[in-house]
Design a protein around this ligand. Structure first.
Ligand code: HEC
Length: 315
């Protein structure tokens, strides 16, 4: 299932455009067909409603895979838990599922028409419109989850510490993270999205509250995730990569909300999933960090923080 999620989950965003487009075209074709009394247009509308249903169901399925692949959800609940992304994911999933359910009605309508037992045209048109609107709204809202609403909320006041730092300094800033930063999790957990390694998360002391409440972190905040290799389902003493994030000025790198990413691994183990051969230090600007940004961008609502699973959180 995990491999399935990895390969097919990312198809969710492109796939979702199909049911939206099909449902809009269906309504247009149906309306035009009635107006022009053109049978071929009415038939096209019926076909489009069948396609709407099929692609809507596929989108919902892919959506669950996608949320799993991004590390948003751990279980396969039909309705995701309310705490994820401040309820946004749950809302999005409910809307999408409702839209898919509603498209079952237009599918039935199309089926009945094909069998010569058509529902009244007004009813078909209303259902068709409802499906198109609901699908469109789900898509719009899904887009906002990733790209954020139009009116950007300003970040909290910038601390003097937020001056931009050169890449090399980013790692020296966190050199003593165990002393200088606060650990936010009570127990080590296995992070699927960071190579199935056992991890602990540390954040700047002044950012702990914001981090725990999924609020925007102050500029200058440092977040470090240390990792240990897995040994038969347990954490070993063998260090994995050190994952680092620092929040600079949002205006310096608006596409990441000001966040800079880095990774360091002094003694890579053989056969690691990243294919890292020798000691590595990836600093901001390194292409290897693109995947970090891509995935974390889906957590924009939480200031790009994936957070600690609730059963590992330090209360
Ligand atoms: C496929 C998605 C994904 C990728 C790729 C990814 N992360 Fe994460 N990251 C998460 C999730 C989800 C969490 C929180 C849950 C967890 O760690 O298991 C997280 C947590 C973190 C944290 C702790 C702060 C937080 O978000 O709560 C840091 C630091 C971090 N990641 C850095 C990185 C770096 C550096 C890279 C690239 C080398 C990277 N991540 C790649 C999804 C991802």
């Amino acid at each position: 299932m995990e491999i399935l999620a990895h390969w097919f989950g990312p198809l969710h965003p492109p796939m979702t455009h199909f049911p939206i487009v099909c449902s809009i075209l269906a309504v247009l074709a149906f309306g035009a067909g009635l107006w022009k009394k053109a049978d071929w247009l009415l038939k096209s509308a019926l076909t489009l409603w069948v396609l709407t249903f099929l692609s809507a169901v596929a989108s919902v399925f892919l959506g669950h895979l996608f949320a799993h692949d991004l590390g948003m959800t751990a279980d396969w609940a039909l309705v995701p838990p309310p705490e994820i992304l401040k309820g946004q994911l749950r809302f999005h999933a409910i809307l999408g599922s409702l839209a898919a359910l509603l498209s079952l009605l237009t599918l039935t309508g199309a089926w009945r028409s094909a069998k010569g037992k058509a529902w009244p045209t007004a009813l078909q048109l209303v259902w068709g419109l409802a499906v198109a609107v609901l699908l469109g709204f789900t898509g719009h809202e899904g887009g906002e989850m990733v790209y954020g609403p139009q009116d950007e909320t300003p970040s909290p006041a910038s601390a003097p510490a937020a001056a931009s730092v050169a890449g090399e300094d980013l790692l020296s800033l966190v050199a003593d993270y165990r002393q200088n930063l606060a650990k936010v999790n009570a127990k080590t957990w296995n992070s699927r999205t960071h190579g199935h390694r056992w991890v602990n998360t540390y954040v700047s002391k002044e950012s702990v509250d914001a981090y725990k409440n999924s609020n925007p972190l102050p500029e200058g905040a440092l977040v470090v995730k240390e990792s240990f290799q897995d040994a038969g389902g347990q954490a070993s003493q063998v260090p994995g990569p050190l994952y680092v994030m620092r929040k600079g000025k949002a205006s310096d790198s608006p596409e990441t909300g000001g966040w800079k990413y880095a990774l360091r691994w002094d003694k890579p183990v053989a056969g690691n999933p990243e294919g890292i051969q020798g000691p590595v230090t990836w600093l901001p600007g390194d292409g290897n960090l693109d995947s970090c940004m891509r995935c974390h961008s889906h957590f924009k609502e939480n200031d790009y923080m994936g957070g600690v699973p609730s059963d590992a959180m330090n209360p």
